[in-house]
Design a binder for this molecule. Sequence first.
Ligand code: KG4
Ligand code: ZN
Length: 355
Amino acid sequence: MLTPVEAARAPGLVLGIESSCDETGVALVHADGTGVPRLEAHALHSQIEMHQAYGGVVPELASRDHIRRVLPLARQVLAEAGRRLDEVDVVAYTRGPGLAGALLVGSGVACALAAALGKPVLGVHHLEGHLLSPFLSADPPEFPFVALLVSGGHTQLMRVDAVGDYRILGETIDDAAGEAFDKSAKLLGLGYPGGPALSRLAEQGDATAFKLPRPLLHSGDLDFSFAGLKTAVLTQARKLGDDLAARQADLAASTQAAIVEVLLKKSMSALRETGLRRLVVAGGVGANRELRRQLNAACAAARVRVHYPELHLCTDNGAMIAMAAAMRLQSGHAVADHRYSFDVRPRWPLDAIDT
Ligand code: KG4
Ligand code: ZN
């Protein structure tokens, strides 16, 4: 039996729509008011192939493709879950941060669907989606924990005490870790998105071949800086000249080692400083195998439990948006409403989530 408060906070079936950048994601999550909400189905369309010719995301093309994909994906998840559209209780969408035009597609479709159904809507913070995505795994974390959020646009260490209770312990003062992967990969001629390509190449290289800087490693705080790394990679690539092709894997491995070492050391410092014994890693760079290998080893030695999202849910997806909405509603941190007048937040710091 649910208590009256739990019953009032049982969001039911949440349809989540993600369209902040270059993936269209739609998912259905069911939350009965207790326990961890359950993923019923999710579907994703990646625009990577479309943007590859341009070496990066073209915002206008991204928006147009979201328009083409979002409703077919919604139909697909409903069919996969064996649900009818009118069974949806809440429609959630990514409100920001992200590309304004791309965000407007998901928000507009979410509000139109909800208005047609007479159901409430909820705008979700994209980074909260990443942060809570490990709750979609078979072994979900428990609060409190330290979170390392490493995506294409953000690199933050956070203390997370509960849903909606996020304190930033440190963050990047310039480029994000994902950007460092992407920009270095571009300098090595690996195309977009560079992170996965660079890490694949790095597996065949010698990580000690080149000495690259570990910015802010000994700064005594939990901030990061990755902008200098790409300059060092560029200098090294120029120095190699014609030999670059033969040494590409070594340079990729050395670059990855520099990024991973900083992320590892600062995460372990955050755990020591907070005294917490649980680490959650989220965001696209959380898919990096070398990062996972080193974090697993360091956390085992420090008797810290480490949680990751499933590999396919590290990068952008609709499941994390539906999950974040369900957890916010269930915990009483947010209320879905019937106003259908949406505004997107292309820039939206996570510590301003309630504004
Ligand atoms: O979280 P995400 O999908 O998008 C943002 O919210 O930004 O993260 C995308 C970032 C890109 O920079 C991509 O290169 C990086 O995650 N990434 C990786 C790997 N897979 C994705 N970086 C390193 N190794 C990977 N395996
Ligand atoms: Zn993301």
